[in-house]
Structures are given as C-alpha cells and as structure tokens.
Design a protein around this ligand. Sequence first.
Ligand code: SAM
Ligand code: SF4
Length: 329
Amino acid sequence: MSLIDQHGRTHRSLRISVVDKCDLRCTYCMPEDQHFLRREELMTREEIATIARLFTERYGITKIRLTGGEPLVRPDVVDIVRDMVGLGVSVGLTTNAMNLHKHLDDLIGAGLRSLNVSLDTFNAERFKQITRRNGHGIVLDNVLLALERGLRVKLNMVVMRGVNDDELLRFVEFTRDRDIHVRFIEFMPFAGNGWGRDRVYTFSEMLGHIGSVHSYEKLTDDPHSTAKAYRVPSWKGTFAVISTVTEPFCVSCDRLRLTAEGKMRNCLFAREETDLLAALRRGEDIAPLIEANVLAKHAMLGGLPPFRPEKQEEVLHDLSARPMVSIGG
Ligand code: SAM
Ligand code: SF4
C-alpha cells in the first residue's frame, strides 16, 4: 500500500531524526536557549526500527535519511544505521561531521554509502560565528576523509545574505577536482532563527553570480529531487540549489518526517504533528495514524503563506513553534 495524500502525491522518502541535541549551535538552526529532550523521551533504537519497518514494508518507503540534531552524538547511531540498511532501502545520514572521523569506519561497516555534510564557509572565524563553536578544520578534514573512503558526499551550504554569500564561487570551485555534490540552500524560516526575506540570497541571484564567472550546464534532476543540479562542464563534481523559499518544489514532494520523540510531520513546515511514539508505547496500532497524517498534507509549505516579501509578517506569525534542530532537516 502506498501513502498518498489528498492532493494525489505518493510518498517514498522518510527523514528520521534520531536525537535533537547537537554539538554545534548554528544560528539559522538552533536558538541559543534551546531545551533538549530527556533520554526517555527519545525513540529507542528498537522503536525506530519498528516504525521504520512499518513505513518500508507496509507503505513502500524506499529512502530513509537519518538526521537530527546531530545524529553522531547518539551512542547507538551505528546500530541504527545497520538496522535501516537491513530494511533493504536506500539509507543516508546528514551530519555536521564534527565527529565523523571517530565513526566513519563503523558507519561504512554498517552499510552506509551516502553522507550529507553541512558546511557553510571555508573561513574558520566565520565558521565560529555561524556555528557558535570551533571546529572548521575538523569538518573540512572529515569531508575529505569521507571522499577518500569512497562515500557519496553532498555538501550542504545555507546561503545567507551578508553572512556567506561571498563564498559561493569558492564552493563551486571545490567541485573542480572532487566528485562532490555541493548544494546551496536558501535560508529558510524557523522558530527563533532571525529569518527575514531580505536575508535570503535567492536561487536566481545564486545562478547569476555563478554564471558571471563560470559557464554551467543543467543536469537532469530526479523527479522528486528538492535540488536543481548543475555542473561546470568537465568538472568532477556538481552543484545544486535548494530553492525552498523562492521556488518551492511542493508539487513533487514525496517526503515525510519523524522527529526524535516520534512525532510524525508530513512537511518541514507542518504545524500539525501526530504522536506515533506515544501510541506505540500504549500498544496501539499506529498504521491508521500514519495514513491520516499523510492524507491531511497541505498542497504547499505546510499551509504557510508563500514566502514572498509582502507575506513575510504572515509567515513569521504562522511559523511552527519548532526550530529546525528539533524537526530534523
Ligand atoms: N546536524 C546535522 C547537520 O547539520 O547536517 C543534521 C541536522 S541539520 C538540522 C540538517 C540540515 O538542515 C543541514 O544541512 C542544515 O544546514 C539545514 N538547515 C538547518 N536550518 C536551516 C535553515 N534555517 N535554512 C536552510 N537550511 C537549514
Ligand atoms: Fe546542529 Fe546541524 Fe543544526 Fe548546525 S544545522 S545546529 S550542526 S543540527
């Protein structure tokens, strides 16, 4: 059986946040006064496996991405990766790579082949301003290490006007001799992250800026891809833009989400959640809850108004109470 919403979209992809804590505190993701869940509130490894099995075996989910918070701060993350790989679906992990060197061999041993790493700057001082922590050198070394080990690596850069928009070309140049996939993400609004429409460095600005220096070609995107991919001809890697703010891709969205405390969300910007974990712990059948949650998915942006400048006040007013760190990006 497939998970189809009221607008006819079939869902094949599930993001699972395994923990809401993080060893960095990126300004765009985590408010300074963020409170974290207690351990007993988090899904256990077994509960994650039970819920994931239902999604894959009963509902035809073919892709699982583990995220957080920072998944690598969870002690049993390698076991969770192994459990997910054992379900026979495509498994990825999104990380800030601060501790990747400690887990890389085990993650590969558990069957992980694909990694998304967040890195917003090549400047160590700027890294500290954005993440409120040191560690730029470690992250960069770990990106190179993952490439050396043959993992497919995507590098996520959140582009913020006046913060790091001057580094776009440097990131594109990183793809010249490396089989790496850089993804420029438009700065998205979440609770407590200081978003303003004027701080969004837009998709068209990005292409204009890159195109003023490099010619690039469009690549074919997967029909459900959130990213629009390009390549500088003959360069080894690719770059892409995730244009959630200025050109949302809701029409082809096939993603569902599970927060670290087992609440299901049918959209990154959803304001409604379904508590699967509480029902599971009460011994109830969670299948009807999953189906109802998917069915109710809004046509666009979780029902928020479009992110146009004249709608900014409405967006900020209607935002979900969750910051990105506790949703799981
Ligand atoms: N800690 C891991 C990491 O940083 O990769 C995984 C969790 S993080 C919430 C997942 C992704 O969300 C990261 O690539 C991050 O850059 C992105 N993200 C967080 N807040 C964002 C925002 N306001 N706008 C755009 N992307 C955001
Ligand atoms: Fe942590 Fe990732 Fe959020 Fe940065 S983007 S605070 S690394 S969860």
